[in-house]
Design a protein around this ligand. Sequence first.
Ligand SMILES: [Zn+2]
Length: 460
Amino acid sequence: MSNCHLCIHGHFYQPPRGDPFANHVHREPAASPYTNWNERITAECYAPNAQAGHFGRISFNLGGTLARWLEEHAPATYHRIVADERTYWQTHSVGNGLAQTVHHTILPLARRRDKICQIRWGVASFQHRFGHEPLGMWLPEMAVDYETLDILVTEGIRFVILSDEQVSGELQDGAGPYRVPLPDGGEIAVFVRDRHLSNAISFGMPDSAYVDEWLEDELTWRCHQDKLALIATDGETFGHHHRQGVMVLNHILTTQTRHGYALTTLGRHMRHHPPQAELEVIENTAWSCSHGLERWALGCGCTPGDSRWKGALRRALDNLASDLDQVYLAALERVGVEPWGLRDDYIAVVLGQVDGAEFLSAHGLAHLADEESRRLLTLLEAQFYRQRMYASCTFFFEDLDRHEPHYAIANAVRALALTRYATGDDLSHGFRRDLTIAVSGTTDRTGADVLDTILVEAEL
Ligand SMILES: [Zn+2]
């Protein structure tokens, strides 16, 4: 095997399992003997990988919902992950963690101002956890368009990861990084994951006794002199999807000398190998749907059965988001503050860095009467739940009548309730009407039926 560089990137993420009203995770019998999937996957994957020190050797991103859950329920694992990333950053002057947009929204399907919000909230969350600026950002489902890349550059992000089917051009430098010029000027660096190699470990992981042979078979011919080979896959591959995954990963991370590759991470590699060759990005593509972005917009063959509910639910959420924004904008116009910048900064309150009064004071709003302050902070909180409606998992699976779409509608209910509390505006009628068009292909329940169940459960 030639002297190549190898990076393993793990995308560590769990869909939100919590109840947006009661902030706890429901019992999930399928996760037996554990109470829920988060606990089970922690035991199988996050904890043993953290204990083995793997978060100080791989490149990774840690999703917001998962990070919050780990911090509360598996603090030793959470603190080890954070500590190992910080140590890496202190040792190499560049981190091995990537930021992630905060609610795992499919960015190309979002409005520009919502892309900015998701990216800024993701960067702020990363800084809050890891104590330094992120160089790279993980795009949810690797969904990409040029507007997203343009905003990332403006926000200080230097690189993203895409899959080889999402770019056009010659991959002469292996995984890169490559220069991707942006239509409005500027450029961003893109690392290109090796789909074959990534799938080989994700779907054909060897037994832990045969990793040497696997490396010889799979890596030798894909790893070239002084080039980077990039395996990027779900982090849960290592221990949860494959029980032997922690041992296999450990073997790959500790036998580099024997096999002639040098382990690296993305930021570190980019510092020594700045991007030179150019690539173009194929817009509106993702790593987990071969039909553009249809999986999250209209429905496609990636999920079985009738998936027309996806388009109907998206329309309902979009119409509601538009109504919520109108109420928010009217309130902000009264106090004379730029609305979207204020919303972007609101993440400081969500992260607990400042309280509401301090936040308003820092934005020149200390003079507001109590009633007006309360209204404004409540509408900002509604904007938080309005953002959270769009987690990609809502549309990822086959059916409307399962937890992820319920969760989206529950977040919408939360945004509706807060808005009504703040201003008296009841926006629920249009939302309910739109939801009647979204129908489950398995239970025949509509989104409006789901809404009613949530309202009863929440006793609103
Ligand atoms: Zn698809």
